[in-house]
Design a binder for this molecule. Structure first.
Ligand code: NAD
Length: 270
C-alpha cells in the first residue's frame, strides 16, 4: 500500500493503520515536497521506524510492486496524481473532497485503466445512514418529511457539511422538494416541500449527523456520531481490501456494499 498525502492528518493515521495491519504492507509514504520540507523531512506522528516521506516525484522511482494507493490530499491534487497511478497500474482509493473539475476528470480517466474508489465520507456508519435514508425516501408514503441537524467543530470552514447535503439531496432526488438552510424571522408555516438543514458549530467534536423523519402520527430519528477520525480510517481499509480484487472502473462504497450483500446472500443460499 502506498499512502499519498502521508504527512497530512488522514495520511498519518492511515500510514499507522496500514503498518499495524497484519495483511497489509506499508510500501511507500508520499507527500508533496512543500509539506515534507515544512516538517523537516519527517512527518509528526509517523509510524515507529518511519523515515522521511518522499515527494510525489519520487513515486516515479517506485517499483511496480504497489497494489493500491490510498490518497487523502487536496481537491486539486488528484489531477497530478492520476498519471503516476496509471503508470504504476495500481488500484486507487481516494477520500479527497472538494475535487476540482480537473481532478474529477483525472479520477474518471484513471478508472478506465485501474480500479478506483472515491468516497467523500469513508465512514461505514455514514454509508449505512445514507442507505437507510434512501430506502426511507422510497418507502415512506407522502406526508413524511425530512430535516437534518449536523454538528461539527468550530474549525470547519464550510456549512452545511457535504454529508448533510448529500443526505438531503438523496431525499429530494427521490421525492422532490427544496433544501433550505436554517430558518429565521417570519417564515410562515413549513411547506411540505422543505428539507431543512441546520448547522451547529462547537469548539470540539468529530462530527454528528441527525436525520429527523416525521409523519403525521410518528417520527423517526437517526443519528450518526463520528467519535474520531478512526471512523474514516477503518472504512478506507475495508474499501482498499475490496478494491484490489476488482476490475478497472470507478466505484463508490455503494458498490462495495452491493457486492458484500450479494456474497452474503450467495453464501446463505448455499
Ligand atoms: P491535510 O491538509 O492534513 O493533509 C493533506 C496532505 O496532502 C498534506 O500533507 C499535503 O501536503 C498533501 N498533498 C497535497 N497535495 C499533494 C500532492 N499533489 N501530492 C502529494 N501530497 C499532497 O488534510 P486531511 O485532514 O488529512 O484531509 C485530506 C483530504 O481528505 C481533504 O480533502 C479532506 O476533506 C478529506 N477527508 C475525507 C474523509 C473521507 O472520509 N473521505 C475524511 C477526512 C478527510
Amino acid at each position: 500500500v502506498a499512502v499519498i498525502g502521508a504527512a497530512g492528518r488522514m495520511g498519518r493515521l492511515l500510514s499507522a493503520a496500514v503498518a499495524d495491519a497484519e495483511d497489509l504492507v506499508l510500501a511507500a509514504r508520499i507527500d508533496r515536497l512543500a509539506a515534507v520540507e515544512e516538517e523537516g523531512g519527517k512527518p509528526a506522528g509517523a509510524p515507529a521506524g518511519g523515515g522521511p516521506v518522499p515527494a510525489l516525484a519520487s513515486m516515479e522511482s517506485l517499483d511496480a510492486g504497489i497494489d493500491v494507493a490510498v490518497e487523502f490530499t487536496h481537491g486539486e491534487a488528484p489531477e497530478r496524481i492520476s498519471p503516476v497511478i496509471r503508470r504504476l497500474r495500481c488500484a486507487w482509493v481516494s477520500g479527497t473532497t472538494a475535487l476540482t473539475e480537473g481532478s474529477s476528470r483525472a479520477l474518471r480517466a484513471a478508472a478506465e485503466e485501474v480500479p478506483v474508489l472515491w468516497a467523500p465520507n469513508m465512514s461505514l456508519g455514514i454509508h449505512l445512514l445514507n442507505r437507510f435514508c434512501r430506502t426511507a425516501a422510497r418507502l415512506l408514503p407522502a406526508g413524511w418529511e425530512m430535516e437534518i441537524v449536523e454538528a461539527h467543530h468550530g474549525g470547519k470552514i464550510d456549512a452545511p457539511s457535504g454529508t448533510a447535503l448529500a443526505l438531503a439531496r438523496g431525499w429530494v432526488e427521490a421525492r422532490g422538494g427544496e433544501i433550505i438552510h436554517g430558518r429565521s424571522g417570519k417564515t410562515g408555516p413549513r411547506s411540505e416541500k422543505e428539507v431543512g438543514i441546520h448547522a451547529v458549530r462547537l469548539p470540539e467534536g468529530a462530527g454528528e449527523h441527525r436525520v429527523f423523519l416525521g409523519g403525521a402520527h410518528e417520527s423517526l430519528e437517526l443519528t450518526h456520531r463520528a467519535l474520531d477520525r478512526g471512523a474514516f480510517v477503518s472504512g478506507t481499509l475495508t474499501a482498499l481490501r475490496w478494491l484490489v480484487a476488482q476490475r478497472a472502473g470507478l466505484y463508490t462504497l455503494e458498490d462495495w456494499a452491493a457486492d458484500r450483500l450479494r456474497s452474503l446472500e450467495d453464501r446463505a443460499a448455499g
